[in-house]
Design a protein around this ligand. Structure first.
Ligand code: HEM
Length: 491
């Protein structure tokens, strides 16, 4: 009997293994991995990461191998996605909405809004509160205009002499932002403030290529001594930002009136106070306020400031474009008042200029995501834990999508009636599940800063650079340049 059971058992186990073998073979056959690039063992795409313009390299490989390409860095799998169709498909997929495990994620823990894999609840809250607090309404416009007026006064004092444009926007932008987020303005003599500007800038630009590789692929840290990787320094920069936000958030807690939110910190505290569900991101035990506010500051500062620097660079190099914006403004805004957001729908040429600079200088050139489970993209299998990088920059330089893509030509965004045409191709603020939460506010700021400069000044280059190569890391900055802001006489 025992022998019979053994024989039957063996036959059954054999059959089961055979079926399993067949089904696994079938699964493997169904697996269609993306074509591979930069396949050198271990090193993989490292030489590309160390290069100046990663977006351009990713674009070239996409043209050679197709919209979805696989590569690796160490043992980390990467998937590079090129072209609007493939990026939109990828970034709408909730299995590709995780964040790559870059070094910052380790510092942030599972808190905040930029780094956790699942931020649905936090994003919903931010959008709802931004609307409720009118982050894109009249009250906010008033705050931005006040900051711009202060900056214009500083620019007047340059008396039309050349000065370095780098970082001139950080103070007004941070002040506007702290007003909205923390209900306060930063004290200019606060010593922490200047550290924070520098820290956010370094975190976003990562000028040291070794540091850049370690941030992207923290497993490299195991192989490198601390003084080479710069890990401690990067963590220090991160903590600078968090400490400053924490200081102002604690001050705010003392003066806020519960259930009468006047800034994001108030709204967050109300939400924390009402949350009893322990699994919620807003549960008190999670201490969510400072991480969320810190991420909003990091997301905002370097991007909007970098964009405004690009705008000044392009305008100074193309005086005829500048003049056309001024002519439009004189017609629509006229004398005796400043441009406001209500003028925007009528300022078609100005909008086309801003859009063209967005296209040529996307300050966030790519979106770093992670596949949180096995999934498919354009028919290819994307394996769990792969980093999925959407190359926004590549879209903007593709000659199949734009005529003479390297040319600065705002008219490409105007129809035959001279009306501004928004393009579905550009993904300047990302797409899908992790797109920018500050898009509307950034667009408002950029419009108001640009128009008010040009109302008051002609922007001239110190010397014509004709250099739009910039420096690309997590964000893309223009080269350092000097410009002259010469007061203009309105026609
Ligand atoms: C010109 C200005 C800006 C540009 C070009 C920009 C661009 C982007 C892009 C492309 C992404 C998505 C990255 C991805 O797909 O993975 C993003 C995410 C984000 N942005 Fe912006 N941004 C700008 C301004 C702002 C501002 C003003 C704020 C805050 C008030 C902000 C906060 C954020 C945050 C928190 C995220 C992460 C969202 C998430 O992970 O779910 N950004 N931004």
């Amino acid at each position: 009997m025992l022998l019979l059971m053994f024989v039957h058992g063996t036959i059954f186990a054999g059959l089961a293994s055979f079926v399993l073998f067949l089904s696994s073979r079938k699964k493997r056959c169904n697996t269609r991995l993306p074509p591979a690039a930069w396949t050198t063992p271990l090193i993989g795409c490292l030489p590309v990461v160390l290069r100046q313009n990663i977006g351009e390299e990713m674009f070239k490989i996409g043209k050679q191998l197709g919209p979805v390409v696989s590569t690796h860095l160490g043992f980390q799998k990467f998937v590079i996605v090129n072209g609007p169709e493939a990026i939109k498909e990828a970034f709408r997929n909730s299995s590709i909405a995780g964040r790559a495990d870059v070094l910052y994620k380790e510092f942030a823990g599972s808190k905040g809004i930029i780094w956790p894999d699942d931020v649905k609840e936090t994003r919903k809250f931010i959008f709802k509160s931004s609307k409720h607090l009118e982050f894109t309404g009249n009250a906010t416009e008033f705050i931005i205009q006040k900051q711009i007026t202060k900056l214009l006064k500083r620019l007047e004092k340059t008396n039309g002499k050349p000065f370095l444009v780098k970082n001139i926007f950080n103070i007004p932008l941070v002040n506007g932002l702290f007003n909205l987020l923390l209900g306060t303005v930063i004290l200019h003599d606060d010593p922490d403030f200047h550290y924070v500007i520098t820290s956010v800038n370094i975190l976003a630009t990562l000028p040291d290529p070794i540091m850049r590789a370690c941030v992207l692929c923290p497993s490299l840290l195991k192989w490198l001594p601390l003084f080479v990787s710069g890990r401690d320094k990067v963590e220090g920069y991160f903590n600078d930002v968090r400490s400053l936000v924490q200081k102002y958030a604690e001050n705010r807690l003392v003066v806020r009136v519960p259930n009468q939110p006047r800034c994001m910190a108030d709204a967050l505290q109300d939400k924390i106070d009402e949350t009893t569900n322990e699994s919620s991101a807003f549960h008190h035990d999670q201490s969510p306020a400072v991480p969320i506010l810190t991420d909003l500051v990091i997301g905002a500062i370097d991007t909007t400031a970098a964009m405004l620097e690009w705008i000044v660079l392009y305008l100074s190099e193309f005086p005829q474009v500048q003049q056309k914006v001024q002519t439009e403004m004189d017609k629509i805004v006229g004398c005796g008042r400043i441009p406001s957001l209500s003028d925007r729908p009528k300022m078609h040429y100005t909008l086309a200029v801003i859009q063209e600079i967005f296209r040529l200088a996307p300050v966030v050139p790519y979106g770093p995501r992670k596949a949180t489970e096995n999934t498919t993209l354009m028919g290819y299998t994307i394996e769990k834990d792969s980093y999925v990088v959407g190359n926004f920059y590549g879209i903007n330089i593709d000659p199949d999508l734009w005529e003479n893509p390297k040319e600065f030509k705002p008219e490409r965004f105007l129809d035959t009636n001279g009306h501004f045409v928004k393009s579905d191709l550009l993904l300047i603020f990302g797409h899908g599940k992790r797109s920018c939460v500050g898009e509307l506010s950034a667009r408002d700021q950029i419009f108001l800063f640009t128009t008010r400069f040009l109302l008051k000044f002609n922007i001239l280059p110190e010397k014509k650079l004709n250099n739009f190569s910039g420096r690309m890391a997590a964000t893309w900055h223009c080269v350092d340049f000097e410009a002259k802001f010469v007061p203009r006489i309105q026609s």
